[in-house]
Design a protein around this ligand. Structure first.
Ligand SMILES: Cc1ncc(C[n+]2csc(CCOP(=O)(O)OP(=O)(O)O)c2C)c(N)n1
Length: 336
């Protein structure tokens, strides 16, 4: 194996095609690079909102997003940029939202990741943790009642697993046997609170199986191939009418909760070990090298992603700023 990669390669899930591996690599790279760019813009005072990235968790967002079919719906949270991109949301649209542009997804109202895209079946992020769960169950129930072979998927973190709406939603999903897939990113923290200080049993899988009698699989969330493969199996199971499933993806935030949080309360040695050994981007790069790609080819894919992000940002920067006169549009009904 060529030298620059010290990271442990991800598992070779042989059923994942070469094209899918390349698509996953593009997505993890786009999320990593775009979010680094967003943080730089935020520090320059150009982002009016706050910034919550998924650094270290890109493999989950990419793997889950790519596992869906074209007619499925997705309700991402704030660490799942690659899932938006997997659905065809453009890098330019993401930057338009962060920069508060008038033609962006929220037309300048947000400056964060609280947006969806109806044309791409991406639900907007609801900030109240837990709310996306019953909403997703509702979408899945609609598919079931209409006899459509479609699947609804959402995400949340281990901290959000304490929210009641999630348990009501999971229970309902099971009882109504709806085609839904729930992806839980277990990154060990809810903001600054370690999961083990929040719950006695930190195994989401055990709690989902024991509490709600739903199938749940724990996967290495830093391994894009494993995550993609597990989520895809859950999606196809749900589509075949076999009911909902939960995936517990074990990850770690490679930093604080948000751009304004340095994460100094996190164990420095764990963070270092994670960055050196389990960085999802580098693990997938190592896998691509092991499967025969040359270093120059992997570098070419990295360069293409840098280019795609730069082009998306340039396009967004050309967009007009939001017009303050439109502030109340879409908020109140229009006077008659
Ligand atoms: C109902 C609710 N309570 C509190 C918050 C504030 N809040 C936003 S993110 C967060 C931590 C969430 O932790 P976790 O679910 O583990 O996700 P992570 O941030 O680690 O990805 C909290 C408490 C919120 N948005 N909604």
């Amino acid at each position: 194996m060529p030298e620059p990669f010290v990271t442990v390669p991800c598992i070779d899930v042989i059923t994942v095609s070469h094209e899918t591996r390349l698509a996953l690599f593009r997505l993890v790279l786009l999320q990593r690079i775009a979010e680094e760019r967003v943080i730089a813009l935020y520090r320059q005072g150009k982002v009016p909102g706050s910034v919550y990235t998924g650094r270290g968790q890109e493999a989950v967002a990419a793997g889950a997003g790519l596992a869906l079919g074209p007619d499925d719906v997705i309700a991402p949270l704030n660490r799942e940029l690659a899932a938006h991109l997997a659905r065809g949301v453009t890098v330019a649209d993401v930057f338009r939202n962060y920069l508060g542009k008038g033609d962006g997804p929220t037309r300048g109202r947000d400056g964060n990741m609280h947006f969806g895209k109806a044309s791409h079946d991406v639900f907007p992020l609801v900030s109240m943790l837990g709310d996306l769960c019953p909403l997703t169950v509702g979408a899945a129930l609609a598919f079931k009642r209409r006899g459509e072979a479609r699947v609804a998927m959402t995400f949340w973190g281990d901290g959000a697993f304490s929210v009641g709406d999630i348990h009501e939603g999971l229970n309902l999903a099971g009882v109504l046997h709806v085609p839904a897939v729930f992806v839980i990113q277990r990154n060990g923290y809810a903001y600054s609170t370690p999961t083990k200080r929040q719950m006695l049993n930190t195994s989401i899988t055990e709690r989902v199986r024991g509490g709600w009698s739903l199938p749940c699989e724990e996967v290495d969330g830093t391994d894009a191939l494993s995550t993609y493969s597990a989520v895809q199996a859950a999606v196809e199971r749900a589509r075949a009418g076999e009911g909902p499933q939960v995936i517990e993806a074990v990850t770690l935030r490679m930093g604080g909760h948000a751009a304004h949080d340095a994460g100094t309360y996190m164990d420095a040695a764990v963070k270092e070990e994670y960055a050196a050994q389990r960085d999802p981007v580098e693990r997938l790069a190592a896998r691509l090298l092991l499967s025969g790609l040359a270093v120059a080819e992997v570098d070419g894919l990295r360069a293409a992603a840098v280019e795609e992000v730069a082009a998306g940002l340039a396009e967004a920067e050309r967009s007009p700023a939001a017009d303050p006169a439109t502030l109340e549009d879409g908020v109140y009904s229009q006077p008659v």
